[in-house]
Ligand binder design. Structure first.
Ligand code: S3P
Ligand code: PEP
Length: 448
């Protein structure tokens, strides 16, 4: 995927679909995929990964792991092998680590580099260059890393010098963010002491789970009403451990909402991870009246997964509490689309973090809704969507601002709106869901 002037934007239009039907399996979870490559690099020996997301963001992480000395081979679709040089033995990369559009890959890898006596330059596309990195660099400098160069406001490109011996720290994250927590823990892995991260609202726990899976000594305990305290003992012997990546709930959200809003639909989405720290969208949609049921619940790769059956539903607006945001942080664009088709008003509270994603998602969602004649309002950090009649006119062209979730969300809107919905650029979809179009078309979606 190229986002430079030589490769112009590629608009895509979605048209009203007949009832969606059938079964699908979304790609592997993006968060788990990044971490499996990184931990495979930090273990000595071979880590086998099944179901890896082969999206651009994850492929950039694989490239960065190679630049740090890992041998990484693709054995077949989703099937990858990683042979790490191991914790403490990473090489200094010769070239810039280019993370493209990926916040997670770049930030987690800053943590890895910060814990080793190597220097690396981090960069990415126009979207990544706008994203705040101070939130990562602040704790990493407390741990002993040095920022040698940075663009204005603590942004990429960033030249980072890691610490030979990261200092043990106790760090309280200023916002609920698994990326901040993970960067601190990954740096602390190579510390001779103990690293403690406290978060007042729990964020996704994939790093903690996977560190334990690879043999690290890590404990997580409740902290206050919604938070966690995570304690990691430094310098563990990380053992390669096979990883099976479950289907990504954040990608499953698109066919799921599509089936809810296209009349007469009924589909099954297979093998979806239902980690409680990722299931805020399902909770919210059920409160709105969505007909969702869970079949064949089972454990897969250390996570609970289920096949999710979804049927077209009459939705009603709800009030989504701010404390739910960490468990559905990437799902607000598609929730806003569901809310547009719901009767009454949906208020989503506490969305300040949406302003620092691949785009300013709060503004991008509101602009996309207005372009399709959906009434909405941003009030402080809240988004209010006034669905009203349960019908959406559509007919708009949505600016995606290099943001995959904005693109997919408004394409889903177009499947149920009265007139076509066009997104100005679909290239970024490949960062997290390369087969989005094909998967949706098998279910009955229409794009052109
Ligand atoms: O750790 C992760 O894998 C992620 C954490 C979230 O970001 P924040 O940590 O910034 O909330 C999320 O938005 C991102 O898509 C993936
Ligand atoms: C915010 C996202 O990703 P990242 O931070 O990794 O760019 C996302 O996938 O919605």
């Amino acid at each position: 995927m190229q986002t430079d002037a030589e490769h112009p934007a590629s608009p895509l239009r979605a048209s009203r679909a007949r009832a969606l039907s059938g079964r699908c399996r979304p790609p592997g979870d993006k968060s788990v995929s990044h971490r499996s490559l990184i931990l495979g690099t930090l273990a000595v020996g071979e880590t086998a990964i099944e179901g890896l997301l082969e999206g651009e963001d994850v492929l950039r992480t694989a490239e960065a792991c190679r630049a740090l000395g890992a041998r990484i081979d693709r054995l077949g679709p989703g099937s990858w092998s990683v042979r790490g040089p191991g914790l403490g033995s990473l090489l200094e990369p010769r070239e810039t680590l280019d993370f493209g559009n990926a916040g997670t890959g770049s930030r987690l890898m800053m943590g890895v580099v910060a814990g080793h006596p190597i220097t690396a330059r981090f960069d990415g596309d126009a979207s990544l260059r706008k994203r705040p990195m101070r939130r990562i660099l602040d704790p990493l400098t407390q741990q002993g890393a040095r920022v040698l160069e940075e663009a204005e406001g603590g942004r990429c490109p960033i030249l980072l010098r890691g610490a030979a011996e990261p200092l043990p720290v106790e760090y309280k994250t200023p916002v609920a963010s698994a990326q901040i927590k993970s960067a601190v823990l990954l740096c602390g892995l190579n510390s001779p002491g103990r690293t403690v991260v406290i978060e007042s609202e729990a964020s996704r726990d994939h790093t903690e789970k996977m560190l334990a899976h690879f043999g690290a000594r890590i404990a997580s305990e409740p902290f206050g009403p919604h938070g966690r305290k995570i304690t990691l003992e430094g310098r563990p012997e990380l053992r390669p451990a096979p990883v099976r990546v479950p289907a990504d709930p954040s990608s499953a959200a698109f066919p799921l909402v599509a089936a809810l809003i296209v009349p007469g639909s009924e589909i099954v989405i297979e093998g979806v991870m239902i980690n409680p720290l990722r299931n805020g969208l399902l909770t919210t949609l059920q409160e709105m009246g969505a007909r969702i049921s869970f079949e064949n619940r089972r454990a897969e790769g250390g996570e609970e997964v289920a096949d999710i059956r979804v049927a077209a539903s009459t939705l009603a607006g709800v009030d989504v509490p701010a404390e739910r945001a960490p468990s559905m942080i990437d799902e607000y664009p598609i929730l806003a689309v569901a809310a547009a088709f719901a009767g009454g008003e949906t208020r989503m509270r506490g969305l300040s973090e949406l302003r620092v994603k691949e785009s300013d998602r709060l503004e991008a969602i509101a602009a996309g809704l207005r372009a399709n004649a959906v009434e909405c309002e941003i009030s402080g950090d809240d988004l209010i969507v006034r669905g009203g009649t349960g019908r959406v006119s559509g007919g708009g062209v949505v600016e995606t601002h290099l943001d995959h979730r904005i693109a997919m969300s408004f394409l889903v809107m177009g499947l149920a709106a009265e007139q076509d919905v066009t997104v100005d650029d679909d290239r970024m979809i490949a960062t997290s869901f390369p087969d989005f179009r094909a998967l949706m078309e098998v279910l009955g979606a229409r794009f052109a």
